[in-house]
Design a protein around this ligand. Sequence first.
Ligand code: SF4
Ligand code: FES
Length: 157
Amino acid sequence: MNTLTINGKEIQVPKGTMLLDACKMAGADIPTLCYDPDLRLAGSCRMCVVEAKGRPNLMAACVSPADNGLVIETESPDVVESRKVILELLLARHKLTCHTCEKDGDCKLQDYCYRYGVTESRYMGQGPHFTKEDPNPFIMRDYDKCIMCTRCVRVCD
Ligand code: SF4
Ligand code: FES
């Protein structure tokens, strides 16, 4: 077993446990966008970053092992600021039409923007825009809403 401290709480986890699961065991609510327990890990969105004492960089919890002795903060000021920047970068090219979107109320991007008080993006610009793709009876893709989580790619793989 490995012993680590998460938000001041000491827990023990089996060796090989990932930090995201250890944080959940400690009761921490870690936001995730690219993570899916049924798919290979991507570690690309960085929403799940946490701060480890003594480590120079924030760690993506979904792709980092819960090493013995780690002291983790899941909502430190640096973690929160990092998540806000990521959300703002996503919003910079995202269609902001929640009121007419069929995912309104069932959308992690919306939930996390609300949670971290992100209402607009300081990176908003003249981003590229795409046409909708409706190639088959099952899936319609609106790439102006894509958050580049790559889950569709990994499902197809
Ligand atoms: S189109 Fe694919 S990469 Fe884009 S948000 Fe949907 S699942 Fe994620
Ligand atoms: S959820 Fe961990 S990097 Fe995307």
